[in-house]
Each structure stands twice: as structure tokens, then as C-alpha cells.
Design a protein around this ligand. Structure first.
Ligand SMILES: Nc1ncnc2c1ncn2[C@@H]1O[C@H](COP(=O)(O)OP(=O)(O)OP(=O)(O)O)[C@@H](O)[C@H]1O
Ligand SMILES: [Mg+2]
Length: 284
């Protein structure tokens, strides 16, 4: 099950002459559990657009898409929305403003469980536990979301998705604008959701340290197409020209290992997951 796209293209505006496609001929499958995918690529390459196809916020302009066995297509009547899919696939937007609309933080996070038919007490319990998972301070539960800082809004919008308890969780640049301590807590949360709760995590990020340390699979977008789909190890082993052509950077661990090999004549394995593994190799 999970998500399956076959030859999917997407255009924001169809013109008779020269339609511009934000996504072109995408074919890929995503499992409904245990995947940890980094969706990366340069600005404007189509990452956010692809993410909103994954939970049926957008409908393919052409090609076929199935999400948990449901075909995503235009012909559904307005009443038949895709709420059933949102129970399975949750998306945290790049800009949390688009997601927060209730009067208080707690009500906002309670919205999904209430909408899925939970009692007020049950919904509150789920919401509080979701807010605790993102370490959102208790004394701010009654604040109006619009008055929060950018980072606080982001935490609340992440809690909002956790409260839906979906199988696949998509986070569009969740760590952008978040301080280092909260960033570490968030990445730890994603790892736990993946390893302990067996959730599929899809994270859109420009942070190559997160990619090399956490992702099991990387999908690189380039000009609306999938330019690479494989392990981070394989990606960072590809040629420097290739990495540059995707407008990507290397993680710090790889940069430092290469630098030490070049400048200090060491013979370190340049493909390190993170700084800890590099330090271990240096010390040994
Ligand atoms: N609402 C829209 N209307 C028209 N074109 C759009 C719209 N949103 C995005 N696009 C175009 O679609 C393409 C893909 O945009 P998208 O937001 O998916 O990129 P992205 O990879 O998420 O970039 P970023 O790293 O900046 O978030 C871009 O060329 C963009 O200009
Ligand atoms: Mg984006």
C-alpha cells in the first residue's frame, strides 16, 4: 500500500500553448511503514508540490496516483473529499501559517482527533501528548496561534499532524528557523517515530547533515523530475560534478574527512554518516 505514483506530472496553470510543469513524469513508490526518506533538491525543484500530491492536496494533471489504495483523481465530487487519506498521510506545511486556524494552541491540535470522531476528553489527551512530544511549553497551550513566534508556530503545526496519528508523516522543512536545541529534539522525535512506532517519515530539508545521519533513502528533485532515488551513501559517493549539478552540498562529516585526507594526508573513509563516526575513525 502506501503511496504509488506512475508517470505523474503536475502543472499549476494549464495553458493551451506551453503548459509549464512543476512536476514531470514522476514514478515512485513509498511504503506505508519504516521508511525514512529525505526529499531534497534546489529551491523551486518541486519538493513542496510533490509533498502535497502525496496527501492528495493536489491532484495529478496526468499519470496515475494511488494513496493507500485510493486513486487520486479529479472526478470525485466536492463532497467526497480526501479526508480518509489524511488519516494515513499527514503533511506539515513549509509555512505553518497555512495550517493553524483555531483560537488556542490546544484547540488547534485537538482539531484532527475531534474531526476523526474522538470525544473531547480523548482528543485533549491525544493533543496534550502530541504537544509534549514536540516539547511545547504547557503554559502556552491557551495562547492564540497567530501570536506565536515562527518556531513556536512550527512546533504547534507539527503537533497538529502527530495528533492525527497517520502512518506516513511528511515534514516540509521542519527544522528551518528552529534553534539548535529544539532542532535536535525534533530530529530525535522523527527517529523515534520511525524506529519505535514504525512510521514512514518523509522530511524535506536543505540540511545535508540530517540527510546523511537519519535518512535511509534520498529522493533528489531537479527541475520537477526525480534525479536520484537511493541511499544517502550512494548519493554522496556520486561525482562532485553530479552533486554540484543538483545544487547540493556535502554533510560536514564528509567535508571534514575529505579535507583531512587532502591537507593532512590521512586516509579516512570520506563517506561518514555523521561527525561521531568520523571522530571514532580518527581516534582509532
Ligand atoms: N501556487 C503556485 N502557482 C504557480 N506556480 C507555483 C506555485 N507554487 C509553486 N509554483 C512553482 O512550481 C515549482 C516548484 O515549486 P515548489 O514550491 O514545489 O518548490 P520547492 O522545491 O518546494 O522549493 P523550496 O526549496 O523553495 O521550498 C516552482 O517553479 C514554483 O515557482
Ligand atoms: Mg518548498
Amino acid at each position: 500500500m502506501g503511496i504509488r505514483l506512475e508517470n505523474v506530472s503536475y502543472s499549476y496553470n494549464k495553458k493551451k500553448k506551453g503548459t509549464v510543469y512543476a512536476l514531470k513524469n514522476i514514478t515512485l513508490s513509498i511504503d506505508d511503514k519504516d521508511e525514512f526518506i529525505a526529499l531534497i533538491g534546489e529551491t523551486g525543484s518541486g519538493k513542496s508540490t510533490l509533498a502535497s500530491l502525496f496527501n492528495a492536496l493536489k491532484i495529478p494533471s496526468s499519470g496515475e496516483e494511488y494513496v493507500f489504495g485510493i486513486k487520486i483523481q479529479e472526478r470525485r465530487k466536492r463532497k467526497e473529499n480526501y479526508n480518509d487519506i489524511r488519516k494515513h498521510v499527514g503533511l506539515v506545511f513549509q509555512f505553518p501559517e497555512y495550517q493553524l486556524f483555531e483560537e488556542t494552541v490546544l484547540n488547534d491540535v485537538m482539531f484532527a482527533p475531534r474531526n476523526f470522531g474522538k470525544s473531547k476528553e480523548e482528543a485533549e489527551k491525544i493533543a496534550v501528548s502530541a504537544l509534549e512530544m514536540v516539547h511545547f511549553p504547557k503554559e502556552m497551550y491557551d495562547k492564540t496561534p497567530f501570536t506565536l513566534s515562527g518556531g513556536e508556530k512550527k512546533m504547534v503545526s507539527i503537533a497538529g499532524i502527530l495528533s492525527m496519528e497517520p502512518d506516513i508523516l511528511i515534514f516540509d522543512e521542519p527544522t528551518a528557523g528552529i534553534d539548535p536545541e529544539n532542532r535536535n529534539k525534533l530530529t530525535k522525535l522523527f527517529k523515534d517515530l520511525n524506529e519505535q512506532a514504525h512510521k514512514t517519515i518523509i522530511i524535506i530539508t536543505h540540511d545535508m547533515n540530517i540527510v546523511s545521519k537519519y535518512a535511509k533513502r534520498v529522493i533528489v528533485m531537479s527541475e520537477g523530475e526525480v534525479a536520484f532515488d537511493g541511499t544517502p551513501k550512494k548519493l554522496f559517493e556520486s561525482s562532485e560534478d553530479q552533486i554540484a549539478s543538483f545544487n547540493l552540498d556535502y554533510p560536514d562529516s564528509i567535508k571534514i574527512a575529505k579535507y583531512l585526507n587532502e591537507k593532512a594526508g590521512l586516509n579516512l573513509n570520506p563517506n561518514q554518516n555523521d561527525l561521531n563516526s568520523l571522530i571514532k575513525e580518527i581516534l582509532s
